[in-house]
Design a protein around this ligand. Structure first.
Ligand SMILES: Nc1ncnc2c1ncn2[C@@H]1O[C@H](COP(=O)(O)OP(=O)(O)O)[C@@H](O)[C@H]1O
Ligand SMILES: [Mg+2]
Length: 304
């Protein structure tokens, strides 16, 4: 991973500091399997430099931006670069104090403390990914205030306070830019350094597609890239929701084509199928029809 940073053009001195961080903070063997080995790599030198500088300085990071811009990919990549165990909490569901800090449970006739994700991060110097943090209930956020500011402590009800391990950091992600997005409250936002992740550019999409499918022909790589850019643009202009802005779905579609499925059908399944409103589905299908010819065959999109 550190070599990859150098390839991306990340400044030598930052890379050296990360190396020193990794040498200094060891990972306990019982959580060693939580250090991620990312499948996708995040491309973008400036974003890398901002994120690394903030984390080295002991700050927590908030990654904001529209959907499918690689926020979770970046969060995982950062944890891997710093060589820390990771705990991810998705704030979609009803996350409360017991999931975050922990709770007492009865097992085998005795009371046992079952640690939550923030507690584990505190103990092992983990990186805590707070996924879609803006969806959290205020009371769940309040539980984390002392962990996220200079106090670096958590209150474990019924037990004592515990201090965060020096290597502990939190990385929040937040999708915005569409109807229904909740704003993050000010007290919470002030505890983070914020990086606004830019929408995917043509170059970046191409790079990711060709990285995953080196055999794509130039024309088909351009067609899939154009399709994603068209959809992203329509969503940014609020003509469609973000449901069709699904990069994973696009990759899944190309994978299905690789197995012989017709491109038009694969894209229907990977992208148009994610939209359930009839009117919106038609808009999305129109965009698809412009880029992916109905009669194109699976063989025609890969080099011989
Ligand atoms: N900069 C990037 N580098 C690598 N992959 C990316 C990048 N941006 C997006 N992706 C791809 O997009 C998909 C969605 O990324 P994700 O991190 O879940 O987005 P977000 O959290 O911003 O909605 C991933 O499966 C990955 O393949
Ligand atoms: Mg995400």
């Amino acid at each position: 991973m550190l070599e990859f940073l150098a390839e991306q053009g990340v400044s030598q001195s930052l890379v050296e500091e990360v190396r020193a961080f990794r040498r200094f903070y060891k990972v306990e063997s019982e959580v060693a399997d939580r250090v991620p080995v990312p499948y996708y790599r995040y491309y973008g030198k400036e974003i890398w430099e901002m994120a690394i500088a903030a984390l080295l300085g002991g700050e927590n990071l908030l990654l904001t931006g529209i959907k499918a811009t690689g926020k979770n990919v970046l969060a995982e990549n950062l944890t891997a670069v710093f060589g820390r165990p990771q705990w991810t909490t998705s704030f979609h569901i009803n996350i409360d104090q017991s999931a975050l800090i922990g709770t007492d449970t009865f097992t085998g006739g005795e009371v046992r403390f079952r640690p939550g994700s923030i507690y584990e991060c505190a103990k092992y110097g983990g990186f805590g990914v707070l996924d879609e943090i803006n969806m959290a209930k205020n009371e769940a956020m309040a539980v984390m205030y002392s962990a996220l500011d200079y106090r670096r402590k958590i209150d474990v009800p019924g037990y004592q306070q515990i201090e965060l391990h020096e290597a502990t950091r939190f990385i929040g992600t937040m999708n915005y830019g569409y109807v229904g997005t909740k704003e993050l409250n000010e007290a919470f936002a002030s505890r983070f350094m914020v990086i606004d992740i830019p929408p995917m550019s043509e170059d970046k999409i191409m790079q990711i597609l060709l990285g995953e499918f080196p055999n794509l022909t130039d024309e088909s790589a351009a067609a899939f890239t154009g399709l994603f850019l068209d959809l992203q643009k329509k969503s940014l202009h609020s003509e469609i929701s973000t449901k069709a802005i699904d990069f994973r779905g696009l990759l899944g579609a190309i994978r299905a084509v690789k197995r012989g499925l017709k491109p038009a059908l694969a894209v229907k399944m990977g992208i148009a199928g994610k939209v359930f409103d009839e009117f919106e589905k038609e808009l999305v299908q129109d965009v698809i029809d412009l880029r992916i010819p109905k009669n194109a065959t699976a063989e025609s999109i890969f080099k011989k």
